[in-house]
Design a protein around this ligand. Structure first.
Ligand code: ZN
Length: 104
């Protein structure tokens, strides 16, 4: 479980220091399934990085009102942990390709 939590913490605080969620999940879903309860496994499968944040909050590692770094600054979606596209080559980061929550 600790291995997963280490990834969650990095993905929440410094998303660019770790692979996007989908890549990590593809390699580690089996580990999550073994280390976490079924409820948490399903939570993580569907809510992705948001689910990871909720687990860290439940463990008291993050304050309840924690605001993750915005995708506009990091280029990584704070909901699902995927990389965001830029509007223009040098422009701001825009919507996330997965959950489309990143509209400016
Ligand atoms: Zn997203």
């Amino acid at each position: 479980m600790e291995e997963c939590l280490i990834y969650f913490r990095k993905a929440v605080h410094e998303p660019l220091s770790v692979p996007p969620w989908s890549e990590w999940w593809a390699e580690n879903a089996w580990l999550v399934e073994r280390a976490f309860s079924l409820v948490d496994f399903v939570r993580l499968r569907h809510r992705r990085l948001l689910g990871a944040r909720q687990i860290l909050q439940r463990r008291g590692e993050l304050p309840q009102g924690f605001e993750p770094p915005s995708f506009t600054q990091t280029g990584s979606c704070e909901s699902c942990g995927e990389r965001c596209e830029r509007v223009a080559p040098e422009g701001d980061f825009a919507r996330c390709p997965v959950c489309r929550q990143g509209t400016l």
